[in-house]
Design a protein around this ligand. Structure first.
Ligand code: TXA
Ligand code: MG
Length: 309
């Protein structure tokens, strides 16, 4: 465990420089960081997570200015970056051919997913390291994403060099991923609501057609899986079920008693981890409104409830 102070950042940056892995908080979830230019480091990320190599990684950089050195920039990218970076948005754009990134990062795709995080610890780490950091969510592949250093440690301890402990993540859902190659496309709903993206662009955005492996290779149907099976949109629980509630309902744990989607997003993965630890027979979940952050919450819940692969 590394403390996010001058000593901690120096140590974390040195570990990244040696090709080691350091988990760090972002405003969305904890990331498992490695030097995006170093083949060994990137290979270690796949190894530590048990992640299939065809599933590319997001590269984290300190500014849109640095992002532009890696990808072919567009007017739409400019508008979105000015509106939402730093923040919970990832842009997928054509990778510049002469980049210094490891080809493992993009799984040999011609595009790169890139993001400028807002969390102060992520920013300080990027500054101390001075290079691009490849970082998937810091969980074993297919499991619940981590929103605290303790979640990271529970899932990956012994497989990574360090964890910068920056407390609990504020947004709690991974970044919204927007493809900008063939017109703006929502590749993954996330911490930035679709409505906000459409307002900034002044136009509706297309949705990724699920099942197209090339546009979003990591959108596995089963993901975020807790140990117990799950039942969604539950208004009346059955025997053996523990309720993960939303709104003013009697529940084992509640995402937001007040029915607030921002609060529910921030609590989602933490509550799934906690429900998992209680080892219920079945986790039942209250209905969540399907607008704003609710869309991303429902996306994660559907994957968590999907038949395990
Ligand atoms: O909030 C987040 O995005 C967090 C923090 C750490 O930044 N990261 C994260 O990474 O969620 P990960 O690896 O768990 O999810 C990244 C997703 C995967 O589904 C991957 O397939 C997709 O992004 N992706 C990466 N590169 C892509 C590309 N070139 N084209 C399409 N999808 C891509
Ligand atoms: Mg992930």
């Amino acid at each position: 465990m590394l403390t996010p102070d001058a000593t901690g950042y120096t140590r974390a940056a040195a570990l990244l420089g040696e090709g080691q892995l350091v988990a760090f908080p972002t405003e969305t979830v904890y990331g498992l960081g490695g030097d995006a230019r170093n083949d060994m480091a990137v290979a270690r990320i796949f190894e530590a997570k048990g992640r299939p190599r065809f599933n590319p990684l997001i590269v984290h950089v300190p500014s849109a200015k640095v992002a532009r050195t890696y990808v072919d920039w567009t007017d739409e990218a400019d508008r979105l970056a000015s509106a939402f970076w730093p923040g919970p948005m990832t842009l997928v754009l054509p990778l510049k051919p002469d980049s210094d990134l490891s080809p493992l990062v993009t799984a040999d795709l011609p595009t790169l997913a890139i993001r400028v995080p807002e969390h102060p610890v992520a920013k300080s780490l990027l500054e101390a390291f001075g290079g691009p950091v490849a970082a998937p969510s810091a969980n074993p592949s297919g499991k619940i994403s981590p929103t605290s250093a303790a979640h990271v440690s529970a899932g990956l301890s012994g497989r990574i060099a360090g964890i910068l402990d920056g407390g609990t993540c504020g947004v709690g859902l991974e970044s919204t991923i927007l493809g900008l190659v063939d017109g703006p496309t929502l590749l993954r709903p996330g911490g930035l609501p679709q409505e906000a993206v459409e307002a900034a662009l002044g136009a509706p955005i297309a949705h990724h057609q699920s099942g197209d492996p090339l546009t979003a290779p990591g959108q596995m149907t089963s993901h975020y899986a807790p140990g117990a099976p799950m039942r969604l949109n539950v208004t009346k629980i059955r025997a053996g079920e523990s309720l993960l509630g939303f709104g003013p309902v009697e529940a084992r744990l509640n995402l937001s008693r007040a029915g607030d989607l921002t609060e529910a997003a921030a609590n989602l993965f933490g509550h799934l981890h906690a429900m998992d630890a209680l080892k219920p027979e079945v986790i039942a979940v209250s209905p969540i409104p399907d607008h704003g952050l609710g869309r991303a919450i429902n996306d994660r819940l559907r994957r968590a409830a999907a038949p395990r692969t």
